[in-house]
Design a binder for this molecule. Sequence first.
Ligand code: SF4
Ligand code: SF4
Length: 201
Amino acid sequence: MRLPKLRELREAVTAVLSPRFTTRFPAEPCVVPERYRGKPRFDPDTCVGCGACVNVCPTSALTMVDEPDGAHPLRRITLRYDTCIFCGNCQDNCTTQTGIQLSNEWDLAGLDRRSMTQTHEHELQRCERCGTSIGTKKHLAWLCERLGPLAYANPSLLLAGSEALSNETLSAAPTQAGEVRTSDFARILCPRCRYELNLWL
Ligand code: SF4
Ligand code: SF4
């Protein structure tokens, strides 16, 4: 009986004299490894509001709501970091590659889950004939830039890109409802209206 007791005593003394294996948080800040997967963060400069990250989020921590009506049609993308599992799918599938990235922010505890959200907004582009929302203005301008000369094949993209560059409305004046004119080619249209226009003219 005595020997096991002595062994335990030796282990206890060794443990007391050994260096710590735990951090002193919260007495000292905890430094996490460089590649730690913490709270996802949107980059307002490079996020174009396309919604690809929302589609691949496995826990619906990312959601997207379009508000196409009103004077300023908007898309709202919300991150609920209380339901995020830090899988990195959003970062890996981001259209612009840097629109959302996992930071090493890890201390996300709070008392009210409703406050654990972050929302950012993008201006929506509506079809200038039927009013359907096509996507965000920033996304269309980004596509135009990426396509370069190929964007000339799509007048809507070209117009959206040119309007973003000049900050002016370049589309042709609106026609009456149901009316079809050649000038409609120089308007930002949804794929369906573009298709119908091509058939009618
Ligand atoms: S996929 Fe990237 S660019 Fe598109 S909404 Fe998400 S973060 Fe923004
Ligand atoms: S890290 Fe995963 S769970 Fe969290 S927002 Fe991105 S896709 Fe969703």
